[in-house]
Design a protein around this ligand. Structure first.
Ligand SMILES: NC(=O)c1ccc[n+]([C@@H]2O[C@H](COP(=O)([O-])OP(=O)(O)OC[C@H]3O[C@@H](n4cnc5c(N)ncnc54)[C@H](OP(=O)(O)O)[C@@H]3O)[C@@H](O)[C@H]2O)c1
Length: 350
């Protein structure tokens, strides 16, 4: 039997931390051996510190793990981080300095020049940036990040279009679930019977992350994709699942069936390698006029597929569509786990 990598979860008691626990239960390559959270939780057993807010039971194997401070050393080979952005930078850096691979969900390092902002299907070659990180972390530690939870649903839709036709511009309007704000997140009186047209920092994240991920790596540097991206973000009264209504302008002319085909047949390295968390179909195309819907489509491909519908010609740009992704699975914990599976397959995790 191959050995399992021992993982620590930073921010283990939060919305994303709990997803990690759920997705890592019975994972063939990882076992959770350390958990860390705020001083509110430290010193308690995970089972006492964490109020389980997902369906099903808290995995029994982690109940008795003692919650520690998020500081090295922890008893693990790598850490997954789901810490709040404001403390993630210092904490994640301290783990990388101490020699740990850090697979992070937080925004702290996403735009750093030497940090891969990774979607394994889209830009696995950006792992080449890790060579550059050796200068920053001579200990052998490093940081790999996954995108913002709305960016990922947009970029997975744009990637096959960019490959086949080129994308000159994309306009994205999001409708984002409340779980995206963590727990307890938005006050119920603010979100019931309401839509919030502001999510701090989110529009800038989508606009900058998209061009980095779709950019190209040459001479140890990412050259951002030469496309214009414009985003408007809204928080809506949905538990899980972020919708993005998108319009795209293509570089080369293409028929709608060409687009449908490019989306439907999109496959990439994670599918070829058969990575454990890779969905068979990264993109599911729905032809019904009223799909995708968060309630029915967020769990496609065990939460790792992006569902695209409403693909139509657009009178202002070339085409429009609606993309849906599960924000705490494909947009967070599942994304980070898939990144770690790719790191193993590529020999970056020893
Ligand atoms: N929710 C999503 O859909 C989503 C998607 C992508 C990325 N993210 C990112 O993932 C991170 C976590 O999000 P979340 O939704 O899981 O938030 P959350 O539910 O608020 O959980 C935050 C976690 O961080 C811990 N924490 C808070 N302050 C801390 C401190 N000072 N020191 C150590 N630990 C601390 C909390 O521990 P206690 O329980 O002890 O307070 C909890 O475990 C954020 O950076 C967020 O932007 C979230």
């Amino acid at each position: 039997m191959t050995r399992k990598y021992r993982v620590g979860i930073l921010g283990a008691t939060g919305m994303v931390g709990q997803r990690f626990m759920q997705l890592l239960e019975n994972h063939p390559q990882f076992e959770v051996t350390a958990v860390a959270a705020s001083d509110r939780s430290q010193g308690k057993n995970y089972g006492d510190a964490c109020t389980w807010r997902l369906g099903g039971e808290m995995p029994s194997a982690i109940r008795s793990l003692k919650v520690q401070a998020p500081a090295p050393p922890l008893d693990c080979d790598l850490v997954f981080s789901s810490l709040p952005g404001d403390i993630a930078r210092e904490t994640e850096s301290s783990f990388a300095s101490a020699g740990y691979p850090v697979i992070s969900n937080s925004s702290a390092f996403r735009m750093d020049e030497d940090v891969p902002l990774l979607i394994p299907e889209v830009n696995h070659d950006h792992l080449g940036l890790l060579e550059k990180q050796r200068q920053r972390y001579p200990s052998g530690g490093y940081i790999v990040t996954n995108p913002n939870c709305s960016t990922i649903g947009l970029v997975i839709a744009l990637a096959p279009l960019q490959n086949a036709f080129g994308v000159e511009a994309a306009i994205a309007t999001t409708l984002q679930a409340v779980s995206g704000a963590g727990y307890p997140g938005v006050a119920s009186l603010d979100i019931l019977d309401n839509v919030l047209p502001y999510i701090g920092g989110e529009e800038e994240k989508i606009e900058t992350e998209t061009t980095k991920i779709l950019g190209s790596l040459a001479d140890g540097t990412i050259k951002s994709a030469p496309m214009k991206v414009s985003a408007q973000c809204h928080r809506v009264n949905v538990a899980d699942g972020h919708l993005v209504a998108a319009r795209v302008k293509l570089t080369r002319k293409a028929g709608i069936e060409d687009l449908r085909n490019a989306l439907r047949t999109y496959r990439s390295l994670p599918q070829e390698l058969g990575l454990h968390s890779a969905p068979q179909h990264p993109i599911v195309v729905r032809d019904e006029p009223d799909r995708p819907q968060p309630k029915y489509d967020r769990d496609a491909g065990a939460g790792m597929s992006v569902t695209i519908g409403r693909l139509l010609p657009d009178a202002v740009l070339d085409y429009r569509f609606v993309s849906l992704s599960h924000n705490t699975i494909r947009g967070a914990a599942g994304a980070a786990i898939l990144n770690a599976e790719l790191l193993i397959a590529k020999g970056y995790l020893k």
